[in-house]
Design a protein around this ligand. Sequence first.
Ligand code: DGL
Length: 268
Amino acid sequence: MQPNSGNPIGVFDSGVGGLTVVRALMERLPFENIVYFGDTARVPYGVKSVETIAHYTTQIAEFLLGKQVKLLIVACNTMAAVASQVVQDLSPVPVLDVIDAGAVGAVAATRSRRVGVIGTPTTINSNAYARAIHQYQPEIRIFSQPCPLFVPLVEEGWLEHQVTRLTAQEYLRPVLAEQIDTLVLGCTHYPLLKPLLQDVAGPGVALVDSAEAMAERTAALLAEMGLANPRRTPPEYHFHVTDVPLRFQTIGERFLGRSLANVHVEKW
Ligand code: DGL
């Protein structure tokens, strides 16, 4: 059965990081209702086992399907890397994930066919980006680098801090040495480091922001399936989280780029 076009888009992540995707969606699709789920009590996922991530992912997808979403967006790169199939298998509505969107963005951006990918250790170890990129263009060479310290640095708000710059120089050195011309920001948190990463990578490297790529994919899919909301009234946004940690509001608003209202705490 075709979902109702007025129903919300469901977006989920391991924590607040996925709000970078929500922000890109709000800008690209200003009339769509959105329900967000962030598992703030159990974040970070990027260092957890595949079984645990798959189990948590199932719980969250089922929760959002209960909210009658017309489309599910896996905003978390880590969940998309190891549990995308789990969501596809259980969902009666279309599912989009950031890895596929980032792969399409990388293929479009590269000229030299040398692409760097950065993400959490679980995302990088899964090889999911390489698989997704090779589906579109098998000749592209991929150079990956896990960057586990970026998530806590972003959560700390050290977006331009000297410590973050040194960390970025250290992490990016091996991939930049491979003469890449494109770098995929394969984690929800990294779009917030874009100016610093662009500075470290230099002007010859195009950064693929998976949040923006995701918003483009969503717009295309909604149009293709006739699922775009025809109503031109202000949309509703709801944010469900499993905990409200200290500084949640500040961090959340930084990710979202606007004030955060309608926050509901789910006690799981
Ligand atoms: N949301 C995760 C991702 O995009 C980063 C945070 C985490 O490790 O849970 O990979």
